[in-house]
Design a protein around this ligand. Structure first.
Ligand SMILES: *[C@@H]1O[C@H](CO)[C@@H](O)[C@H](O)[C@H]1NC(C)=O
Ligand SMILES: *[C@@H]1O[C@H](CO)[C@@H](O)[C@H](O)[C@H]1NC(C)=O
Ligand SMILES: *[C@@H]1O[C@H](CO)[C@@H](O)[C@H](O)[C@H]1NC(C)=O
Length: 416
């Protein structure tokens, strides 16, 4: 066959409409199959509205709460990761009203699938110890670390706003109990950022919903927000958290042993991990950066990229680090908790493969450190990791502009 003839024949067959459609359909199917096989995606499950009504448990806007799910298999079949999503807090009524317009305040706005990596990944490569566990990722839509509970909904600009985070937590747990969680052999309660903070305040409470023989561990990520002053020497974060506690009726929904030890005016303390931690009895692995970028931005108000921080800012940064390590010292000394603090200017370490598998502290990645502790390959005493102290000293962190620029962009308002 001569080349010209060949070309002509093929042009004719490919131009056939049905051939093209068939090829397209096949490619679409193949693409879906590849996505399905390689996906770490979790699927959204909304709790039926009748059940939400029964428990009066709602997102800020009155919609029913939900969670993202992926089923476990093989050795992970009866093992569960309960993961509390973060996304900051809403600081006042108008801020909470703004949230009702998006997925952090309304399940009507939640996406149907959620791509996840890191500790929640289903890849045995990046997540060798937990890839086949059940994952229930509690969608955060209450704006107050799953801790609010105000009976009478508020009215704002003609809209009704609900502060029912604690009820959302209870409803999601009850609902999941009926879907197999009640027969779990092993449960790890984890969560990031505002959800990491929720792990400190709710760990013992959630633990008590399971029988004693269920192995239950807590793994808060990026939730150790310290009670420190900002760079102009004000108790900014303390006042801001106190406002959230008042607004959302949180005061009685914190660790009960911690609350029992406070006088009436200091119950707010139990919202801060540093004050509530000593009362937590659940075995815990604390994962946090000692230069957590959210804290640098919003607690201190230092917002320079490491290549452009002036002398004053560098001083504030190292002083923050030193205060943080001092505040974390009881955990380093504790015989019951493991701790891993990096000096990366990062926030969450459990949701993306890079932070989970690339950062090194004491030559160890978070994935190895956590798995070694959990499965007893290392003792608690061997699971105390801390990093070099000065800014940018750890070359395995991301020191490019990426994280910084993402944080500076408006997308990061909740996503971190
Ligand atoms: C509410 O909080 C937001 C976010 O912190 C702030 O921008 C706004 O000024 C506050 N509004 C009031 C009325 O305090
Ligand atoms: C420190 O906190 C106070 C009180 O919230 C606030 O007025 C001030 O602006 C903060 N300083 C900086 C530099 O953000
Ligand atoms: C990590 O490094 C620090 C500082 O070099 C050291 O004191 C500590 O014992 C190390 N921890 C582990 C678990 O190796």
């Amino acid at each position: 066959m001569n080349p010209a003839h060949h070309r002509q024949k093929c042009v004719r067959c490919i131009c056939n409409k049905w051939t093209i459609l068939t090829i397209l359909a096949f490619l679409t199917w193949l693409y879906r199959l590849i996505v399905y096989l390689s996906a770490s995606n979790l699927q959204l499950v909304l709790v039926p509205m009748e059940l939400a009504n029964e428990k009066r448990a709602y997102c800020l806007d009155g919609s029913a709460p939900g969670y993202y799910f992926r089923k476990g298999h093989d050795e992970g079949e009866n093992s569960w990761i309960l993961y509390l999503q973060g996304g900051g807090w809403c600081w006042n009524i108008s801020d909470c009203y703004e949230r009702t317009k998006g997925r952090y305040g309304s399940s009507n706005e939640m996406q149907g699938t959620l791509p996840v990596g890191g500790f929640l990944s289903n890849s045995a490569n990046s997540n060798p110890d937990f890839y086949n566990w059940n994952v229930a990722f509690f969608a955060y839509c209450d704006g107050a670390s799953f801790a609010g509970d105000v009976n009478v909904p508020l009215s704002y600009k003609g809209n009704t706003i609900y502060f029912r985070g604690k009820r959302v937590l209870d409803l999601l747990l009850d609902y999941l109990m009926d879907k197999g969680l009640s027969s779990a052999d092993r449960v790890i309660l984890s969560g990031m950022s505002a959800g990491g903070l929720a792990v400190y305040i709710h760990a013992d409470y959630i633990r008590n919903k399971f029988p004693p023989q269920t192995a239950f561990h807590a793994f808060p990520d990026a939730g150790y927000f310290p009670d420190v002053k900002n760079i102009t020497n004000h108790d900014h974060i303390k006042e801001a958290f106190q406002n959230v506690i008042r607004l959302q009726g949180i005061e009685n929904n914190l660790n009960t042993a911690c609350l029992a030890d406070q006088d009436i005016n200091s119950k707010w303390k139990c919202f801060f991990p540093q004050y509530t931690y000593p009362y937590v009895t659940t075995p815990m692995f604390v994962l946090n950066s000692a230069y957590d970028i959210w804290s640098l931005w919003y607690i201190l108000n230092v917002r320079c990229h490491i290549s452009a921080c002036d002398k004053d800012n560098l001083h504030h940064l190292t002083s923050y680090h030193d205060q943080f390590m001092q505040i974390a010292e009881p955990i380093y000394k504790s015989t019951k908790a493991a701790i891993y603090t990096s000096s990366c200017f990062s926030h969450v370490h459990t949701l993306q493969n890079t932070e989970w598998t690339k950062h090194l502290v004491n030559g160890t990645t978070p994935v190895a450190a956590f798995g070694d502790w959990y499965f007893g390959r290392k003792t608690v005493q061997q699971s105390k990791y801390w990093d070099c102290a000065t800014p940018a000293c750890n070359p395995t962190c991301d020191w490019t502009l990426n994280t910084f620029m993402y944080f500076a962009s408006s997308n990061s308002k909740y996503d971190f």
